[in-house]
Design a protein around this ligand. Structure first.
Ligand SMILES: CC(C)(COP(=O)(O)OP(=O)(O)OC[C@H]1O[C@@H](n2cnc3c(N)ncnc32)[C@H](O)[C@@H]1OP(=O)(O)O)[C@@H](O)C(=O)NCCC(=O)NCCS
Length: 165
């Protein structure tokens, strides 16, 4: 199997990252290139990519915040990123079709969880669709029920992982 490296994203990854996002999400839910660029510039430390021989196979990204749930405006307004925020949020977890079912999303998730813990955060938060609740539970996330989010017109669940100290 080809080696896949997890590393912090750089601006040169932007085009490929935007292409993967467009393939992974319906148009109403996908972040566009402008939005992904703003995120990359605002919080490069919590924008990780999985690279396989020059190809971006997947990525994970999100702002930090003191809120325990993600509000929709956070997706578009990077000024809401608080570098000292207690929670690392996850705006997106994408793995391109060719690279799925190999544990890559799990590797990206674990890398961001480890980073958040090493930075002294209280935990991580995300929103997901109902069918992925079980996927996130394996990393220690718990569902807080249906989210207020109306992102892309879908129904989302708020999930939280809190570090026990
Ligand atoms: C969701 C996604 C990131 C998963 O990527 P992946 O690299 O294939 O995931 P992994 O291989 O790390 O983990 C998948 C494994 O998790 C487990 N799993 C998946 N869904 C699960 C669930 N609902 N409950 C319990 N376990 C689950 C299974 O063991 C699964 O293995 P399988 O794919 O061989 O059946 C990818 O399908 C994707 O990018 N989808 C489109 C974008 C998206 O929906 N992202 C999530 C946004 S909230």
């Amino acid at each position: 199997m080809k080696e896949i490296q997890i590393r912090q994203a750089v601006i040169e990854d932007l085009e490929q990252v935007a292409e993967v996002e467009a393939r992974c999400f319906p148009a109403a839910e996908a972040a566009d290139e402008k939005s992904l660029k703003e995120r990359l510039e605002a919080f490069p430390g919590s924008f990780l990519v999985a690279e396989c021989e020059g190809r971006i196979a997947g990525f994970i990204n999100g702002a930090a915040t003191n809120e325990r749930t993600i509000a929709d405006e956070m997706f578009e307004d990077v000024s809401l990123h608080d570098p000292r925020g207690a929670y690392q949020s996850i705006f997106g977890l994408d793995v391109d079709e060719d690279f799925r079912h190999q544990g890559l999303a799990g590797r990206l998730m674990k890398a961001l969880i480890e980073k958040a813990e090493s930075e002294g955060r209280k935990g991580l938060i995300l929103t997901c669709k109902e069918h992925l609740i079980g996927f996130y539970e394996q990393f220690g996330y718990c569902s807080m029920g249906v989210s207020k989010s109306v992102h892309g017109g879908a129904v989302w669940y708020d999930m939280i992982l809190e570090f026990s100290r």
